[in-house]
Write a protein that binds this ligand. Structure first.
Ligand code: HEC
Ligand code: HEC
Ligand code: HEC
Ligand code: HEC
Length: 105
């Protein structure tokens, strides 16, 4: 009984180990802490401050490479597409949440 429980817990741990690849937020936090995006580490109400931090390190959409950036300058903020706590490092944002014509990045 106890052994079965241990096995179950171990299996669960492995499952989490596989699932828990770094999110974009974790990866950034490992470099510079939560403060790199959140003022004093506390999320703002409208996330404007957070999105200004993206721009201050990476540049504005008008300056970033790729049509998907230039096309949305002054229309979208970074976190409309790059959701830091939902997306993993290396995961590309998709277009179909807003465009229903099957377009790709
Ligand atoms: C790369 C920038 C970035 C980093 C680093 C980051 N966050 Fe965030 N966080 C955001 C953005 C942007 C949002 C807005 C939600 C969204 O668009 O996903 C957010 C949302 C949140 C929220 C949800 C707030 C709410 O009102 O529901 C919490 C809580 C949070 N972050 C905590 C943290 C903590 C704790 C850390 C450090 C471990 C951290 N964040 C690191 C960018 C970041
Ligand atoms: C319309 C959605 C969208 C918005 C808004 C957007 N991006 Fe992107 N971004 C993408 C897509 C899609 C890619 C992947 C392009 C590819 O690899 O084909 C990408 C790639 C990137 C990369 C390169 C990632 C890598 O794999 O090397 C960076 C850095 C980046 N974006 C930063 C930003 C920043 C900073 C902002 C805000 C100023 C922003 N993006 C706004 C969709 C978006
Ligand atoms: C303190 C500076 C800093 C801030 C603030 C910051 N970044 Fe980054 N970001 C980096 C660095 C450094 C890297 C790793 C090197 C690189 O790929 O350019 C990186 C990597 C990335 C990547 C590529 C990850 C991958 O998949 O390889 C994306 C996308 C990205 N950042 C988006 C954002 C977004 C969106 C925000 C705001 C919510 C943000 N960054 C805020 C410095 C920053
Ligand atoms: C969060 C919503 C959102 C996402 C996600 C998004 N877009 Fe857009 N996009 C818009 C809005 C809003 C406009 C401006 C109104 C319009 O023209 O539809 C726009 C306009 C455009 C335009 C210029 C007008 C047009 O329709 O050709 C291009 C090109 C474009 N987007 C490409 C992309 C690509 C590529 C992706 C995926 C990486 C993407 N978009 C993801 C909201 C979004």
């Amino acid at each position: 009984m106890f052994k079965q429980l241990l096995c179950a817990l171990f299996g669960l741990g492995l499952a989490f180990g596989v699932v828990a690849a770094d999110t974009l937020a974790d990866m950034h936090a490992e470099m510079n802490g939560c403060e790199s995006c959140h003022q004093d580490g506390t999320p703002s109400s409208d996330y404007a401050y957070e999105n200004e931090q993206c721009v201050s390190c990476h540049g504005a959409e008008s300056e970033l490479p790729g049509e998907q950036h230039a096309a949305h300058a002054d229309i979208l903020v970074c976190s409309d597409c790059h959701k830091p706590h939902e997306m993993e490092v290396g995961q590309k944002p998709t277009c179909d949440a807003c465009h229903d014509d099957g377009r790709q990045p």
